[in-house]
Write a protein that binds this ligand. Structure first.
Ligand code: G4P
Length: 526
């Protein structure tokens, strides 16, 4: 227990994640409306780059502008301080989202009732599972026709590998959508399509009461009773501890656009979602209640003004209290630093703050001191573990297109990689630099930013690779042999680790067969 425990216990720091178009932006906006952080619908701009505009620079710049403002949205709700961390909508920036997930204590996943589990949801859930992040599921767009709710729950369990437990249940859907029965609070929430008003809810402790018929009519009342009976029979009783361990996900149904089911999920969320959790650092477990401050950088946002190479480093506070102008240790540099203008993010505004507590995110103006994953502390040597790098999906050689500017190019590449824009590998055979990304858009962003922020010109050369594999083995002879045989395909990542660049799944399979003592990993930590 520390003197700040009460502050820390109030905090709920989380991210909303979804496949594009499931309704993440809409849900975020409605949550902000409830928190009084905004007053009109439409105030939260979607930060997604429209799918058609892969080469639209204005869109990318706009997105970068918007995403500073909406990177973290803090607001008070009752006794709680809520921090929503925004994640990029475009899947080419999935790495950004993965990293943001290292800074949250829980997650709400939005799923479109008609589309069910989609590719991006699956990937993001993998990261949550790896980190045992507690997850709540919101099934959205019940005002439209969609999949049968029981089928959808089965699909979530099968595809996302997590047990589910409905805490609300829809009464019909689409044109005939009548509302949801809130199992968690035993209330009947009737639906009136409305974008402005919150719907009323009726206390309904006894679902067998004939009053149910007067609200939703005979056939639906009967169906609801049968559904609830089935739910109680099939799904385990909801247990908060199992949810907090990341083993079961409570599920809510609603329509974010119509403001329906949003307050219910928020009310349940603040009650059950975790306040800041202990974090495993390399040296020891850091408890949020400790008096001493500690935190780590999970995101770096470059300034849009190319004349000033200044950034904002986003720090998640893991323990204690952060104070403006106090001295903190930058662990990688081993030196003390002072921060005179840390910013906090409240109600979509960024303002200088004097203090912040575990669970909060602060922005530190920076001129190149920070890398993603850097740790800060009151003095103790604490190294927070980052998220491992995942094998990129696309690879290209990066070449200098302006011989006069090779220094600028090297510096630009280095800094953009520190910011986590993409991954850099250096081929051990010919020394050429290879950039690995999740999607094509990242190459375009890198080229554009190198030119506009560093005055450097690059060109890309195609490189057809299947996966980057981090390799290890106890059998040193076999490892040396492998590296010799695959010399042309061996590279070094930014941390100096050996990476094998497999050019096809067949070649990789053969390598695995021929070198049985070597382990091939698709992530950088194992
Ligand atoms: P995203 O951030 O997850 O990508 O999704 P976003 O909230 O932008 O929502 C995607 C589209 O789905 C939007 O329509 C939005 O209005 C709609 N939507 C969100 N919630 C609901 C809902 O409960 N019911 C229905 N019927 N639609 C919903 P759009 O036409 O793409 O954008 P816009 O022009 O309306 O902004």
């Amino acid at each position: 227990m520390s003197q700040f425990s009460e502050e820390i216990r109030k905090r709920r720091t989380f991210a909303i994640i979804s496949h594009p178009d499931a309704g993440k932006t809409t849900l975020t906006e409605k949550l902000l409306l409830f928190g009084g952080a905004i007053h009109v619908a439409g105030a939260v701009k979607s930060n997604k780059i429209k799918k058609t505009a892969t080469s639209d620079w204005m869109e990318i710049e706009k997105q970068r502008g918007i995403s500073v403002a909406t990177s973290v949205m803090g607001f008070n709700y009752g006794d709680y301080k809520i921090n929503i961390l925004d994640t990029p909508g475009h899947q080419d920036f999935a790495e950004d989202t993965f990293r943001t997930l290292t800074a949250v204590d829980s997650v709400i996943i939005v799923i479109d009732v008609a589309k069910g589990v989609e590719a991006q949801t699956r990937k993001l859930m993998e990261v949550c599972r790896m980190r045992k992040t507690p997850v709540i599921v919101f099934i959205n767009k019940l005002d439209r026709d969609g999949k049968d709710p029981f089928d959808l729950l089965d699909e979530i369990e099968a595809e996302l590998h997590i047990h589910v437990r409905p805490l609300s249940w829809p009464i019909d859907m689409g044109q005939n959508f009548k509302g949801v029965y809130n199992i968690y609070e035993q209330k009947l929430n009737l639906y009136t399509p409305s974008k402005q008003y919150v719907t009323e809810n009726i206390e309904f402790k006894d679902i067998d009461s004939p009053e149910l018929e007067t609200h939703i009519g005979g056939p639906l009342a009967e169906k609801l009773r049968a559904d609830i009976e089935l739910i109680e029979g099939v799904y385990p009783e909801f247990d908060v501890d199992t949810y907090l361990k990341g083993d079961i996900a409570p599920v809510f149904f609603g329509s974010a656009l119509n403001n329906f089911g949003v307050k219910e999920i928020l009310d349940c969320f603040v009650q059950i979602a975790p306040s800041p959790r202990p974090v495993q650092a390399v040296e020891r477990v850091i408890d949020p209640d400790e008096d001493a401050f500690s935190g780590f950088v999970f995101k770096i946002h470059a300034n849009m003004d190319p004349n000033h190479r200044s950034c904002i480093a986003f720090v998640k506070i893991c323990s204690g209290r952060f104070e403006r102008n106090a001295n903190y240790k930058h662990i990688r540099f081993g030196k003390m630093m002072r921060f005179s203008s840390p910013t906090a993010f409240m109600a979509q505004k960024k303002e200088t703050v004097d203090e912040a507590f575990a669970g909060d995110i602060i922005g530190l103006p920076d001129t190149g001191n920070f890398k993603i994953g850097d740790s800060l502390s009151s003095g103790e040597e604490i190294h927070f573990k980052g998220l491992p790098s995942f094998s990129p999906e696309m690879f290209k050689y990066i070449e200098n297109a302006d011989p006069m500017k090779s220094k600028q190019l090297t510096k630009g590449i280095d800094q953009l990689m520190d910011e986590g824009v993409a991954q850099l590998f250096t081929n051990q055979f010919n020394g050429r630099k290879i950039i690995g990304t999740v999607g094509q858009l990242q190459f375009e962003v890198i080229q554009y930013r190198l030119l506009h922020e560093y005055g450097a010109q690059c060109k890309w050369e195609p490189l057809s690779l299947y996966k980057a594999c981090w390799i290890e083995s106890d059998n040193e002879e076999m490892l040396a042999n492998f590296k010799k045989r695959k010399a042309q395909y061996m590279a070094t990542d930014k941390e100096g680790r050996d990476v094998y660049l497999a050019d096809s799944s067949y070649v990789l399979m053969m390598a695995q067969q021929d070198f049985p003592d070597i382990k091939f990993h698709f992530t950088s930590e194992f």
